[in-house]
Design a protein around this ligand. Structure first.
Ligand SMILES: C[S@@+](CC[C@H](N)C(=O)[O-])C[C@H]1O[C@@H](n2cnc3c(N)ncnc32)[C@H](O)[C@@H]1O
Length: 287
């Protein structure tokens, strides 16, 4: 979902069902299969390893806590920023079930990360004035959800100004070279899944438009959830993502004060090639 996606959009309501957490949930075989289908198996373990032993972590686009809560469990002081109030509400509900020492490690700010500036005292977070992280994470396509290249640069610049000197940035986005970027002729249904909140089965019907000349691709469709009385509840969704090619990403990082340390194509450390499904970058602040 993008900055501005309404609370009732299916991409928010079904987020935890579409992207189940193996760390926070029961880790069922069908959840493992669902994550494998979208190429997201192993991202949480990857980011936990990146944060191991570090005190302060900033997660940009922390969503419902799929990664933020495991990071706090591991011992990090975790600052999560998210533009979506409904996503943060879900994170807070999940966090409430955690032990007090985990709850205490998590701070949340609602807002667009591009505008985040804790360098000056903010009356809403007086104790966070001057706060800087050892590690900033932009996980799970966060950068692609900014509407244009300028916005993407502003998100990276915000990451840079909230890192201590010598701090590290880790991010992952999809690799556009490995994606079909033309328009799909019709919506295609997903495998049936279970909505953990209701226990009902649902199917997601999605259709991608062609990537446009600004590298933005729009996706839209609807979720059909089968109700116990035999009825179907349909909920629409729509979002857009801006594709970032590896060269452009490395240029943006250099322009915003980062030196790229490593680029891989999978969460297991596979070297990046044009066919990799993801672009996973570790970068350091230039001191
Ligand atoms: C794909 S979800 C990922 C959530 C979480 N990091 C995870 O891995 O499950 C992306 C999240 O980023 C948030 N987001 C998108 N653009 C943002 C921005 N510019 N600033 C802050 N949050 C943003 C969305 O509201 C959403 O919660």
């Amino acid at each position: 979902m993008n900055p501005g996606t309404p609370a009732g959009d299916g991409s928010i309501l079904y987020y935890d069902a579409d992207y189940p957490s193996l760390e926070l949930g029961p880790a069922r075989a069908e959840d493992v299969a669902a994550l494998a289908r979208v190429g997201m198996l192993g991202d949480v373990a990857f980011y936990l390893e990146a944060a191991a032993g570090l005190d302060r972590v900033l997660e940009v686009g922390c969503g419902t806590g799929r990664l933020a809560i495991p990071l706090a469990r591991q011992g990090a002081e975790l600052l999560g920023v998210d533009v979506s109030g409904p996503m943060l509400d879900r994170l807070r509900a999940r966090l409430a079930a955690e032990p007090p020492e985990v709850v205490r490690r998590v701070r949340l700010i609602e807002g667009d990360a591009a505008d985040l500036d804790l360098s000056a005292p903010d009356p809403a977070y007086p104790d966070l004035a001057g706060w800087r992280a050892d590690l900033v994470l932009l996980p799970f396509n966060l950068l692609m959800l900014a509407p244009d290249a300028g916005h993407q640069r502003r998100v990276l610049a915000a990451a840079a100004r909230h890192l201590r000197p010598g701090g590290r940035l880790v991010l992952d986005v999809m690799n556009p070279l490995a994606l079909p970027l033309e328009a799909e002729r019709r919506p295609s249904p997903s495998q049936p899944r279970v909505n953990p909140e209701t226990g009902n089965r649902y199917v997601r019907h999605a259709q991608a438009a062609a990537m446009d000349e600004t590298q933005v691709q729009r996706l839209s469709g609807w979720y059909d959830e089968l109700l116990p009385d035999g009825g179907i509840r349909s909920t629409s969704f729509a979002f857009a993502w801006r594709m970032v090619y590896r060269e452009e990403l490395e240029r943006m990082l250099a322009e915003t004060g980062f030196a790229v340390e490593a680029v891989s194509g999978g969460f297991d450390g596979t070297p990046w090639t044009e066919r990799s499904s993801r672009i996973i970058v570790r970068a350091n602040t230039i001191v």
